[in-house]
Design a protein around this ligand. Structure first.
Ligand code: HEC
Length: 138
């Protein structure tokens, strides 16, 4: 009888041991945050550029209500300027400095752009920086 209980105890113990790995696979434990790859940022930025309505004023390479992305990037690359800083209201406009045009974009910076996270702004900026390469590939 005693031998039998030792046997049962042994079974229970090995049962506990074999269950251990499932503890480390606990779905409530969030995986470590990893930095997005450049391709993922471009992909996400492309989507956000439409979703966040930027595209309604900024076409990719033709001027509508606002300078095109290609035009903006020519100026930003030439000045080695920071798009995210501008979008956060930390840098002055350098593309179209006409007062009325600046006011339109400034309204966005003071308004809906405040709700866009730093990660999203970074993705949008990365997308804008690579927009010329994307159009060449097509
Ligand atoms: C309602 C129209 C409108 C929308 C929506 C809009 N923009 Fe603009 N944007 C403008 C106008 C007009 C200008 C030109 C004035 C200027 O350069 O600041 C401009 C300028 C810019 C510039 C150049 C700023 C500079 O240095 O002169 C960037 C970068 C920019 N927009 C990014 C964005 C992004 C990203 C979004 C979406 C999150 C967006 N815009 C949404 C109208 C818009």
């Amino acid at each position: 009888m005693r031998l039998f209980s030792v046997f049962i105890l042994g079974l229970l113990l090995t049962g506990c041991l074999t269950e251990k790995p499932s503890v480390t696979n606990d779905p409530t434990q969030a995986p470590p945050r990893t930095e997005l790859s450049q391709d993922s940022k471009i992909f996400l930025g492309n989507r956000l550029f439409s979703e966040k309505t930027c595209i309604t004023c900024h076409a990719i390479d033709s001027k509508h209500k606002a300078p095109s992305v290609v035009e903006i990037m020519q100026v930003y690359k030439a000045h080695d300027a920071d798009i995210v800083a501008f979008l956060k209201g930390h840098a002055k406009p350098i593309v179209d400095t006409t007062t009325s045009q600046v006011a339109i974009m400034q309204d966005n910076i003071d308004g809906f752009l405040k709700k866009i996270t730093d990660e999203e702004l970074d993705a949008i900026a990365t997308y804008m920086m690579h927009v010329d390469e994307l159009s060449k590939k097509q």
